[in-house]
Design a protein around this ligand. Structure first.
Ligand code: ZN
Ligand code: ZN
Ligand code: FE
Length: 762
């Protein structure tokens, strides 16, 4: 007799909490219970998944379960209670008890899993080379869901009736495709079609192979993906890239690439952590250090030391990459910074203008989602754009909000966020809400979330800027209280929310631009206080930004103004610099001299300081996208071997504010005859030291030793590294972002967090 059969029969109830619904958790428990010959049941409830099992050696079973969890699940907590025996005879999956939509979560879209990959490449499999293969562990989710609970009739798969074979897989709890809503095959699922850019369908037995031929021949092919269309072409071809840049009207902004891990490793340095994230179910674009001798066209990311790479994350992508066998450009199909194109009917014209051919299919995308973009810092994910693969997973905040709060975000890189209870749901990246189509996209996505997650906002939060168009959306929630939150405070709020902090904190918001409480253009801000009392402690010295938005596109104008402030009107250095731009330069100088207040504004923006550094160092004078020159300055600095030198700066008191004056830095930099790479590095180092000195000043006045670093400028990992290292040397505790971007993609979360704070008096 073996030991096992002597053990008593017991019954236990186990409640699993975390990401346990819509990720194949119940069928996993079903299969495991059957394997261990246990009886009982499993069901979804609003609290989590409840498992009751009866049989022998339940401890052993529980250990097994916890050690073999489905890849997408995450058990945050579990709780075991003993029950009397009920002499159950079988193990069942019971119908969901959950009728309250407000507790349901939706899974993000998930990269193809290993099992599906195997089947895709197995000639004997009935889904061999099927471009829409998926299972419970992988495939589209958020982008195809029209309503909850998540069930096939409520997805864009509703129009495809399952064939007999797919149906039996779908209904069999022992099968990997049990309740996989998008399950399909060649006989019953979506199909691909290829079109030319006049809209004529190209007759071919194999549209994806035909599309590969077009790509190999140097064409731009629009390819329908999970959350929208990509524009694809050969990453090695200068000609294709020149054409793509012309179609997209995009001068220098880097394009993302798609390649297998081997291709990525040929072109970039990939750490273990980076590899882990590249291959994760979220499959983001990672910004990776380019290797010398990379065989990718220099037109992919001009002037950058990094390349944005992702792995093929759908079966169609895998087929394309296998056939073409070299990295592809895979950039979102959109017009400049508008939302990604995802609907064929409404966007056909735009799509044709952007591509030579269109590879499409008839599984509709209901909600758009761009690819996510991230970096790795300090061995952790450091998000740049949080979208596909991550949304709509909630961020847990340290409060239970009695109000439902909707944050509408800023102007650029907009997202929106809903806080309900202790969960914050941040939307996919929407883009720059300057155009009617972007506003429409934001409205649609908000309406969809309201339906999906069954909420109506009590509070709607907007940016302080009086002219931001998404203010208009706020008017569409009658009865809701409208609250304004200043842009850079919202950045700090987003960091507090993400890190589960309430403060007190020294919040450092190094950013592009945002409308300030005093009507000036803020962007290099220091705050002190907690989540309820956050107030401005100081800022970068105000400098005159001539010609407003024009200076943002032509940063030499701001550099000229800075030099004028530094040296005075008649100084050689000022006239020489103006002379570089001929007549325009002298005209601009006259305006700066004569009418500072009329034709410009004062700004404390840190992004503009980077712009000015680029112009003074001769790295660049014009900007073709947000962050263009700052990323070049970083790129140049990273080529230096480092330096211990620091330029001068000063900290001054101005009424209540503490001012970080970087003009001495510019003076030193101009008079320094080191190489430009070293000067760019010392520029970073000085800025980092200036920030740390400001933090020390704040600590001495307010006795706070926690510093939070946020704002778009902190996407610059060199600055982030120098600043955090120096802060830690000075024994500060440092908060930095991870899953929520430091840039404006995080603003909506911060808006909600700070606007709600006053209701959270416990
Ligand atoms: Zn799968
Ligand atoms: Zn089928
Ligand atoms: Fe910002």
């Amino acid at each position: 007799m073996n030991k096992e059969s002597n053990l008593p029969v017991e019954r236990s109830r186990i409640l699993f909490k975390g990401i346990v619904q819509g990720v194949g958790f119940r069928p996993y428990l079903y299969r495991s219970a059957r394997k261990f010959q246990l009886t009982g049941f499993v069901k979804n409830t609003s609290e989590g998944v409840i498992l009751e099992v009866e049989g022998k050696n339940l401890d052993n079973f529980l250990q097994y379960i916890l050690n073999h969890l489905p890849p997408l699940s995450e058990v945050v907590d579990y709780n075991v209670s003993k029950l009397p025996r009920q002499f159950s005879r079988e193990f069942e999956i019971l119908a969901s008890e959950n009728t309250d939509k407000s507790d349901l979560l939706v899974s993000p879209d998930i990269a193809i899993c290993e099992n599906c990959k195997k089947e895709l490449s197995l000639p004997a499999d009935r889904r061999y080379q099927y471009p829409f293969i998926n299972c419970t562990d992988c495939g589209p989710r958020l982008t195809i869901i029209q309503d909850l609970p998540y069930d096939r009739p409520k997805t864009t798969m509703a129009k495809f009736a399952m064939c007999e074979k797919c149906g039996s897989e779908y209904h069999d709890p022992m099968d990997r495709r049990y309740h996989a809503q998008p399950v399909s095959c060649f006989h019953c699922g979506p199909t691909l079609s290829l079109y030319d850019n006049n809209g004529n369908k190209i007759e071919t037995g194999n549209p994806w192979q035909e599309a590969c031929k077009k790509i190999k021949a140097g064409n731009i092919v629009a390819i329908k993906g999970l959350g929208g269309y990509h524009l694809a072409c050969l990453a090695s071809s200068d000609e294709a890239l020149i054409k793509l840049r012309k179609y997209k009207n995009r001068e220098n902004k880097p394009f993302a690439l798609m390649g297998t891990l081997e291709m990525i490793q040929q072109n970039c340095r990939v750490s273990e952590t980076e590899k882990k994230h590249l291959l994760s179910p979220s499959a983001p674009i990672l910004l990776l250090k380019r290797k010398p001798g990379a065989n990718v066209s220099s037109l992919v990311a001009p002037g950058q030391n990094t390349i944005g790479f992702m792995v093929p994350y759908t079966p169609l992508h895998i087929l394309l990459l296998q056939e073409i066998n070299q990295p592809l450009v895979m950039t979102s199909a959109n017009i400049s910074d508008e939302p990604i194109i995802y609907k064929e009917n409404t966007n056909t014209e735009e799509l044709r203008a952007l591509s030579d051919y269109i590879l499409s299919h008839d599984r509709d995308i209901y909600l758009f989602a761009d690819d996510s973009v991230a970096q790795v810092f300090d061995d952790r994910l450091y998000m740049v754009r949080r979208s596909r693969g991550y949304v709509p997973f909630p961020i847990t905040i340290p409060f239970n909000s009695p109000k439902i709060i909707l944050g509408l975000g800023p102007l650029l890189k907009t997202t929106f966020t809903v806080i309900r209870g202790n969960k914050a749901l941040t939307s996919a990246y929407i883009g720059d809400t300057e155009s009617p189509s972007a506003i429409a996209a934001e409205k649609f996505a908000i309406q969809h979330y309201m339906k999906l997650f069954a909420f109506k906002p009590d509070i709607v939060v907007i940016d302080k800027h009086p002219g931001y168009p998404n203010r208009l959306i706020a008017g569409e929630f009658p009865g809701a209280e409208v609250v304004e939150i200043q842009h850079h405070k919202a950045h700090v709020g987003s960091l507090l929310a993400e890190t589960g902090e309430t403060g007190p904190v020294i919040g450092v918001s190094m950013d592009g631009t945002g409308y300030g409480d005093d009507g000036k253009i803020w962007g290099g801000e220091f705050f002190v206080g907690d989540y309820q009392t956050l107030s401005r402690f100081g800022h970068l010295k105000y400098l005159f930004l001539p010609a407003g938005d024009r200076s943002v596109k032509e940063p030499w104008r701001f550099a000229l103004s800075l030099l004028h402030t530094l040296y005075g009107p008649g100084h050689d250095r000022v006239t020489q610099f103006a002379g570089k731009f001929g007549k325009k330069g002298h005209q601009q100088l006259e305006i700066i001299k004569n009418s500072q207040s009329k034709f410009g504004v004062l700004t404390s923006s840190c992004g503009r300081i980077f712009d000015a550094a680029a112009a003074v160092l001769g790295i660049g004078y014009f900007s073709s996208f947000d962050g263009d020159l700052p990323s070049l300055v970083q790129g140049v600095a990273e080529k230096s071997g480092g330096s211990k030198t620091c330029y001068d700066f000063s900290i001054e008191k101005e009424e209540k504010n503490t001012i970080l004056n970087l003009l001495p830095l510019f003076h030193d930099m101009i008079n320094d005859n080191r190489r430009v790479t070293e000067k760019a590095f010392i520029f970073h180092q000085t800025l980092a030291n200036g920030i740390v000195s400001m933090a020390e000043q704040a600590r001495s006045e307010y006795h706070i030793d926690k510093v939070g670093l946020t704002g778009g400028v902190f996407q610059n990992l060199l600055l982030l590294e120098l600043t955090t290292a120096r802060l830690r040397e000075k024994e500060f505790q440092v908060l930095i972002h991870s899953e929520i971007p430091a840039n404006d993609g995080g603003i909506s979360l911060g808006q909600c967090y700070l606007a709600g704070a006053r209701y959270w008096n416990d």
